[in-house]
Ligand binder design. Structure first.
Ligand code: 6PG
Length: 235
């Protein structure tokens, strides 16, 4: 499935584009799945400025590190500081993964809460890509990539920070009307080329996730797009 790729000059511009998309979805309403890592932080800050009323959306997370919410490695904690604490009106619901329960209990709890059969299709899933090609906490060649009958799984870490993880599965992440990758930096260029334009492969989890019911887009800065070939950018 073809990914609609937008390349901008730098990380600031990439964050702004993604913030605009988040703000637009927020005004329309629906469900948004946030990603962790450090790349989206600025996009979240800008999104809170652009749209301070998030009462029409429910927020979810694609993955979490198994730490308490106030730990500096917590994906929820990052989104709270960058986004939630800056809003005038809070989201209709904030479905955080409880990393502090540990990977098995935390994953079981969220597997029920975010079950496709209960929640249905998401409107917007935001994802980063790791330098090894991972997305959410689905790491290269891990058995979690094949767990298609679950919505959420527990996992060991395959990348820094080395704490256990809770992650939506490939099938759950794909059950969305739009899947949006935000990736910046030259250390991601190889992974980006494999994830967005390579053959689907367990060696690159990003190549396995595409919106099942809509569009898959990517916002990249020039550095992250450096290894894409021209045909991928002009189609
Ligand atoms: C996590 C993530 C993960 C992240 C990538 C990119 O919990 O670590 O959700 O999949 O998106 O590792 O992270 P950076 O933005 O920090 O490079």
């Amino acid at each position: 499935m073809i990914v609609d790729i937008t390349v901008v000059a730098d990380a600031e511009e990439a964050a702004r584009l993604v913030a605009e998309r988040l703000a637009e979805q927020t005004s329309t309403g629906g469900s948004i799945v946030l990603t962790g890592g450090s790349t989206p932080r600025h996009a979240y800050e800008l999104a809170a400025e652009l749209e301070p009323d998030w009462s029409r959306v429910e927020l979810w997370w694609g993955d979490e590190r198994c730490v308490p919410p106030d730990d500096e490695r917590s994906n929820y904690g990052m989104a709270k500081a960058a986004l939630l604490d800056r809003l005038e009106v809070e989201p209709a619901a904030v479905h955080r993964m409880r990393g502090e329960l540990g990977r098995d209990a935390g994953a079981s709890e969220y597997d029920e809460e975010a079950a496709y059969l209960r929640v249905g299709t998401f409107d917007l899933v935001l994802l980063g890509v790791g330098s090894d090609g991972h997305v959410a906490s689905l790491f290269p060649d891990f058995p979690t990539l094949d767990m298609r009958n679950r919505d959420v799984v527990g996992s060991e870490a395959g990348h820094e920070p080395f704490v256990d993880r809770i992650s939506m599965t490939v099938t759950r992440l794909c059950a969305t009307r739009e899947l949006l990758f935000l990736v910046t930096g030259e250390d991601k260029a190889d992974a980006v080329a494999r994830a967005l334009t390579g053959e689907p492969s367990h060696a690159t989890p990003g190549s396995l996730v595409r919106a099942a019911e809509g569009t898959t887009r990517a916002v990249l800065d020039r550095a992250a797009a450096a290894k894409l070939d021209e045909t991928a950018l002009n189609r």
